[in-house]
Design a binder for this molecule. Structure first.
Ligand code: AMP
Ligand code: ZN
Length: 395
């Protein structure tokens, strides 16, 4: 594979290396791997095919835009650690991915899309019972939300400017007999799995695949006063975030599942419950014996919004992540988050408290595939090495 090396005009500070690297995935379709190297003063890109000077120049210009936008004027957010159980002893050290594939427990259907077998499913079900126990402790009302979400909803909460890179669009053939007949007779996939259908056969895009669960609850409460002034709800759902070449294993999926416990009401109500959720989860994760820590974090905003939003989230302590240890690579993986959105959704969606002021919102969100993956990375695939309270789920 041809590789090119670029020199960023600004050195990328260590705390931004990961964030810049993931954004480089969206710079140009010809990039198949991107790495920030040296001490943040070199960018290595692997390209799909040999590049002429003009192409390199074009890519370089876009790379510099990303770097400048994310690095210029940025400062290192103060990382706040709320819990640290990274040192819990765990029995396993290998990457479970290959063994799961070998056992038929994972079937990769496409990039970032995996079918899961019975062992992983049982582990997920176990975590689900624990999350439902958490939701039950708040007497959260159970909901079921669709996988599709209207584009007009996402527009109302500024999703397009914040996360354009990760959107997934849903469409259908135009209601036209000629178009449908033509498709039925000629549709075929090329060697990359792409349909040969022309774009004008598809209807305009009014619908997306939902990137999170809690939005659906906020939309159901939009343009009115909250019942009893506060709501606690829970739901599990399919979520979609297109992560380009960063979609490598179960760690980062295009299509994943999230369980959320959602709080809507006055500021103190949301903040107190978010804190309570964290404390109750600490008990549950402690019983399981998971090695993890909880620290302040930010959402993966796209480059234009990145600097401003990250500073804002960090200043107001809006997001904390549960980062589970992955012993096989001595790193951590975000398996869940505790979020507070202030009155952002209340204002955007005209969701009001009894006194007419905008409602505040927050959620505890858990990624089911990542929870299972982190658990298997720490405890392995043999239930004999699992915590005794979990051995019954797989024998
Ligand atoms: P977030 O709303 O970004 O905090 O996401 C909540 C949780 O969903 C994260 O902590 C992850 O466990 C999970 N999650 C987010 N993005 C992905 C992804 N691309 N693949 C798998 N799990 C994800
Ligand atoms: Zn949420």
């Amino acid at each position: 594979m041809p590789e090119i090396e670029l020199t960023p005009t600004l050195t990328i500070p260590e705390h931004l290396v990961g964030e810049v690297q993931t954004k480089l995935a969206y710079v140009d379709e010809r990039i198949i791997q991107a790495e920030v190297a040296g001490s943040g003063d070199m960018i290595k890109l692997q390209l799909f095919q040999e590049a002429d000077d003009e192409t390199v120049h074009e890519i370089d210009e876009k790379v510099q835009r990303v770097v400048t936008s994310m690095v210029k004027g940025s400062f290192k957010p103060k990382v706040q650690v709320l819990e640290d159980f990274q040192d819990r002893p765990v029995p396993y050290r290998l990457d479970p991915h290959d063994e799961l594939l070998a056992r038929g427990e994972l079937n990769q259907e496409a990039t970032g899309i995996f079918a899961l077998g019975p062992l992983v499913t049982n582990v997920i079900e176990y975590f689900e019972t624990r999350f439902l126990e958490l939701a039950g402790s708040f007497e959260a009302a159970q909901h079921r939300f669709p996988t599709l979400i209207p584009a007009s909803y996402m527009e109302r909460v500024n999703y397009f400017s914040a996360f354009p890179h990760s959107l997934t669009f849903a469409t259908h053939l135009r209601e036209d007999l000629d178009v449908i007949d033509h498709f039925a007779q000629h549709a075929a996939c090329n060697e990359h799995g792409a349909l040969n259908t022309s774009r004008d056969s598809f209807a305009s895009t009014q619908t997306l695949l939902s990137p999170a669960v809690c939005y659906h609850l906020y939309f159901s409460l939009a343009d009115r006063s909250l019942p009893k002034g506060q709501v606690i709800a829970t739901a599990v759902g399919n979520c979609f975030r297109y992560e380009a070449i960063n979609l490598t294993s179960l760690e980062r999926l295009w299509n994943f599942t999230m369980r959320e416990v959602i709080f809507v009401g006055p500021k103190e109500f949301v903040l107190d419950n978010r804190e309570l959720a964290r404390q109750r989860m600490r008990e549950i994760l402690g019983e399981i014996g998971l090695a993890y820590h909880v620290e302040s974090a930010n959402d993966p905003f796209f480059i234009g919004e990145f600097r401003k939003q990250v500073a804002f989230q960090s200043a107001f302590q809006l997001k904390y992540e549960i980062r589970a240890r992955l012993p096989f690579k001595e790193s951590t993986l975000a398996v869940g988050s505790y979020n507070y959105h202030q009155d952002f959704f209340g204002r955007q969606l005209n969701m009001t408290l009894e006194d007419g002021s905008p409602a505040h919102t927050g959620c505890a969100a858990f990624g089911l595939e990542r929870m299972a993956f982190a658990f298997l990375a720490q405890f392995g695939l043999d239930p004999q090495n699992w915590p005794p309270s979990m051995q019954h789920i797989w024998s």
